[in-house]
Ligand binder design. Structure first.
Ligand SMILES: Cc1ncc(COP(=O)(O)O)c(C=O)c1O
Length: 389
């Protein structure tokens, strides 16, 4: 392990196998996984849908170069366009890359149609990725001083505060970029009224609305895209995480009117490669079916009820979220301790995530079974009892 560049602290556990909602470590211990690669494995670990799509496509065509067409790329872009009503799609490999693409496209549109407007307004505590520009776009505390100098052209408004957006919009503003459920900030859903006002305001002021659905998209919140839950349509949208079901795949979608890159303005070696696109198509076809999404909503209600029971039992602040992106809010900064206690539980561990010192985030596989959800809630209850006693 000494050869790993330090980027984070990890427990010593080494995972060797995953199936559905379960991960097995080298010592043979099983863990019920409610992290799922950070809301990535929409169909759980190593689902047959992905294994088959990968094997089929790997034996046929892995990469024809982004300079040529391939069938999986065309089919996935067509499917995403039909699902979202955003007619133009660019495939890439990570959420940060898709978001960078969205900012570039907005700036290109601003240079053509808005007299050089280029500034993008993000939100306090927002998270859009770890490239330098996306660190500037994010509102995570401390990120503006981590790798100076940071790219310029990003302003901030306050989440759920339409007045702050109104004040931040100026002559140079080209876009507002938002997560409708702030994931890294601790699963904070936007107020429906704020979202409607934001859509109206951006239209009225000729400013693009970029919705970052990297964490919320492809069924995570019970609808194909969370903006559908809010009843709005963005101008640009980004997807990653769940779209690949665990493989590196992301997408930038735009309304036809904003299809304004010139050839050569945007690209990348792996953009639209058939191997990842074939997986994405298989995942999207599986998840974005009415019955599957209805199942996500039913499982989300079960999880919500179970978390509410834990809130009552342990006198916690509350639970929140949309669909299967949920959080439990504790009264003190015990989230890391609860996550560790759950992971170390015997004979079975439970994997959770703590995006904030007092917040535990749950993002299970979208096809987790009712029994697995009940077992996860029981294990979470045990960890809470152990830490809060
Ligand atoms: C809302 C949101 N946007 C962007 C990103 C960055 O995605 P990636 O890590 O694939 O670059 C994340 C990752 O957690 C995210 O949650």
């Amino acid at each position: 392990m000494n050869s790993l560049l330090t980027i984070t602290t990890r427990p010593d556990t080494v995972f060797v196998e995953g199936r559905g909602s379960w991960l097995t470590d080298e010592a043979g211990k099983r863990h019920l996984d409610l992290v799922q690669g950070w809301a990535v494995n929409s169909l759980g670990h190593s689902p047959d849908v992905i294994a088959q799509a990968l094997a089929r496509q790997a034996g046929r065509l892995v990469n024809a170069s982004p300079a040529f067409h391939n069938r999986p790329m065309i089919a996935l872009c067509d499917r995403l366009a039909a699902l979202s009503g955003l007619e133009r799609v660019f495939l890439c490999s990570s959420g940060a890359e898709a978001n960078e693409g969205a900012v570039k496209l907005a700036r290109r549109w601003g240079s053509r149609h808005r007299g050089g407007a280029h500034e993008v307004i993000g939100f306090d505590d927002g998270f859009h990725g770890r490239t330098l520009a996306m660190m500037s776009a994010s509102g995570k505390r401390g990120w503006d001083t981590l790798y100076p100098p940071m790219p310029a052209g990003f302003a901030k408004a306050r989440f759920n505060d339409i007045g702050s957006v109104e004040r931040a919009i100026g002559a140079h503003t080209v876009a507002v970029m938002i997560e409708l459920v702030q994931g890294e900030a601790g699963v904070r859903p936007a107020d429906p009224g704020f979202v409607r006002e934001l859509r109206a305001l951006t239209r009225e002021r000729g400013v693009l609305l970029i919705v970052d659905e990297v964490q919320t998209g492809i069924g995570r919140c019970g609808t194909a895209f969370v903006h559908q839950h809010y009843g709005i349509e963005p101008d640009l949208m980004t997807l990653a995480k769940g779209i690949g079901g665990g493989v590196p795949l992301a997408a930038l979608l735009a309304k036809d009117a904003f299809d304004c890159f010139e050839p050569g303005d945007q690209g990348g070696t792996y953009c639209g490669n058939p191997l990842m696109a074939a997986v994405g198509l298989a995942v999207v076809n599986e998840v974005c079916r009415d019955e599957f999404l209805a199942g996500v909503q039913q499982r989300a209600r079960r999880l919500e009820r179970g978390l509410q029971a834990l809130v009552r039992e342990h006198g916690l602040v509350g639970e929140r979220g949309l669909g299967l992106l949920r959080a439990l809010v504790l009264r003190g900064d015990h989230a890391d301790a609860v996550v560790a206690a759950a992971r170390e539980g015997a004979p079975v561990g439970l994997l959770l995530n703590a995006p904030r010192p007092s917040v535990i985030r749950l993002m299970p596989a979208l096809n987790i079974t009712d029994d697995e959800l009940d077992e996860a809630l029981a294990l979470l209850g045990q960890a809470l009892r152990a830490v809060l006693a």
